[in-house]
Write a protein that binds this ligand. Structure first.
Ligand SMILES: CC(C)(COP(=O)(O)OP(=O)(O)OC[C@H]1O[C@@H](n2cnc3c(N)ncnc32)[C@H](O[C@H]2O[C@H](COP(=O)(O)OP(=O)(O)OP(=O)(O)O)[C@@H](O)[C@H]2O)[C@@H]1O)[C@@H](O)C(=O)NCCC(=O)NCCS
Ligand SMILES: Nc1ncnc2[nH]cnc12
Length: 304
């Protein structure tokens, strides 16, 4: 083993500036502490294999994507998953820090994880939103456990909201910067994208998705059916900046109306396949809703 690799294994946070390496005795193997990290990994896998997903990459086709396919997503997931326990460990270490100071501490890890994803995909943006949202949930889990608080949906969402409370103001409302697609869409339409969802404690997921997830589960529905239904709910109500950056506001509204109609009239797999064809033809991909489905998966597997 090279000296560099041995060093990387010793220090969990890696050679990221600003974060001293996490010492070996750190409880990264603690099963309960890492429950959310494990759920996050499962969420990414379940999301990408779920089929048929309108406009998205799945087990059957690449939806409205010319530069992505299922093997690429699996490579992306393999690159991202090891970082989830690092987010958790860092959250645990910074459990006592005021929430407003946490983002600056975990950002280098988030960016390094993003870089790992881009290296694995040859520069294709497969999971930028997923890295962000799931990384925050893992960090929040570490902080809760560090304060001996239970890992509940409400606790995690409140913690993520507290960590991101100033993000919209400091990052999106700063008129001097509009570097990313999300920052430009905020300046143009006031859309807050992935940051807004996190800052609200994943309000769209909690309000529209989790009640149906719980009800369908109690009724005995299988997880794939539950997830397809919840993806429709997200497409119906999530202000997905991916849809806007590809199809403008008309693109977002087309998908929202389509999903609401299916939810209202009752849907089946054939309807979802038709919707997939329609979104693919219009080059519309609800990537933000795919990410929030992974968030919903994690939260749905935790107690209230
Ligand atoms: C904070 C950042 C994540 C902000 O990034 P950005 O300024 O770009 O903000 P957003 O527009 O909000 O988008 C980021 C990604 O989040 C997903 N997303 C979009 N809307 C929502 C929403 N309402 N709720 C949740 N998530 C949302 C979306 O990601 C998915 O789509 C991507 C694929 O899209 P695609 O169109 O195919 O590809 P593109 O390359 O964008 O365009 P084309 O050229 O192909 O047309 C895929 O990644 C999905 O995941 C948005 O892309 C971030 O910049 C940041 O700060 N990162 C650092 C990490 C960090 O801070 N971590 C700390 C905590 S862990
Ligand atoms: N399955 C998927 N297809 C396209 N974009 C995505 N972003 C996250 N999951 C995705």
């Amino acid at each position: 083993m090279s000296a560099m690799k041995a060093e990387a294994l010793r220090s969990d946070a890696g050679p990221i500036s600003g974060n001293p390496p996490i010492p070996l005795h750190y409880p990264v193997a603690d099963a309960e502490l890492m429950a959310v990290a494990r759920l996050a990994a499962a969420a990414l896998r379940e999301e990408v294999y779920l089929t048929p997903k309108p406009g998205l990459v799945d087990n059957c086709n690449n939806g409205a994507h010319r530069d992505m396919d299922l093997p690429l997503f699996l490579r992306s997931i393999a690159a991202i998953v090891p970082w989830f326990s690092r987010f958790t460990a860092l959250g645990y270490r910074y459990a006592a820090l005021p929430a407003g100071e946490v983002l600056a501490r975990i950002r280098p890890l988030g960016l390094a994880c993003e870089q790992g994803m881009f290296a694995a995909t040859g520069g294709v943006n497969t999971h930028k939103g997923g890295v962000f949202s799931l990384g925050l949930l893992c960090t929040a889990a570490g902080r809760l456990k560090g304060r001996l608080q239970p890992l509940t949906r409400g606790g995690l969402c409140d913690e993520v909201a507290a960590i991101c409370a100033r993000m919209v103001m400091t990052e999106l409302a700063d008129r001097r910067r509009a570097a990313t697609a999300g920052e430009q869409l905020f300046q143009r339409y006031g859309m807050t994208g992935a940051r807004g969802e996190a800052a609200s404690g994943f309000a769209t997921v909690r309000r529209y998705v989790l009640p149906d997830w719980d009800r369908l589960k109690a009724d005995g529905a299988g997880e794939p059916m539950i997830m397809l239904h919840c993806l429709l709910l997200l497409m119906a109500y999530n202000p997905d900046t991916n849809l806007v950056s590809r199809g403008g506001l008309p693109g977002l509204h087309f998908v929202q109306r389509y999903a609401r109609r299916l939810l209202l009239c009752g849907w089946d797999i054939a309807e979802l396949r038709q919707m997939d064809a329609a979104l693919t033809a219009l080059y519309l991909s609800p990537g933000g809703s795919a990410d929030l489905l992974a968030v919903a998966y994690v939260l749905a597997h935790l107690p209230l």
